[in-house]
Design a protein around this ligand. Structure first.
Ligand code: ZN
Ligand code: ZN
Length: 191
């Protein structure tokens, strides 16, 4: 019933407008013939004009609804077209892209053969050759990507001795005398 409300309002206003104008003219004519010339003319002129004006606004309202409905319909059509387009695109999609590496600490996907990690100079740290995460040298498995490290081959960081032969522990940074082969604080062993 209200599906085409804009057009209904416009048609209704059209009819009401002409009826209103007709009535004003009729009343005006009656007044004219009964001797009230001035009020008769005024009723016919002002009455018709005001009827037309008010109908003008209601007609505009109906037109507004009609246009809004058209816009809404067009939007809906555009939406369904876009949906169809994206579905077509999905159907004709290329093979799935190579997935990015999954960084999961709790469920590492360990490869069969352990890999020698990269030693980080001047620190007791190693770097994972796969994901480049820096971590403590004593780790057997990369805590980011789960790569297994070849612990036996973990190279010790190079020790640079001072002028007097003393050396700084790479693990705890303690300075040890030249004669010592192990760190006084943390028992780090020199090679
Ligand atoms: Zn890693
Ligand atoms: Zn130490």
């Amino acid at each position: 019933m209200f599906e085409n409300i804009g057009e209904t309002i416009k048609a209704f206003v059209y009819v009401v407008c002409w009826i209103g104008i007709g009535l004003c003219c009729l009343v005006g004519l009656i007044l004219l013939f009964t001797g009230n010339i001035l009020s008769g003319l005024l009723t016919a002129a002002i009455g018709s004009l005001s009827t037309w004006l008010s109908c003008f606004f209601v007609y505009g309202f109906g037109e507004l609804i009609t246009q809004t409905t058209i816009v809404a319909e067009n939007t809906q059509e555009l939406k369904s077209k876009l949906n169809a387009l994206s579905q077509n695109a999905a159907a004709s999609a290329q093979p799935a892209p190579i997935p990015a590496p999954v960084y999961n600490v709790y469920a590492p996907a360990a490869p069969a053969t352990p890999v020698t990690p990269v030693s980080v100079p001047n620190s007791d740290s190693i770097q994972c050759p796969q994901c480049h995460t820096v971590q403590p040298a004593n780790r057997k498995v990369c805590w980011s990507c789960g790569l297994r490290f070849n612990a036996a081959n973990t190279p010790k960081p190079e020790i640079t001795r001072n002028e007097d032969g003393s050396w700084t522990c790479p693990k705890c940074q303690r300075r040890n005398l030249a004669a010592r082969n192990t760190c006084l604080s943390c028992d780090y062993e020199l090679e």
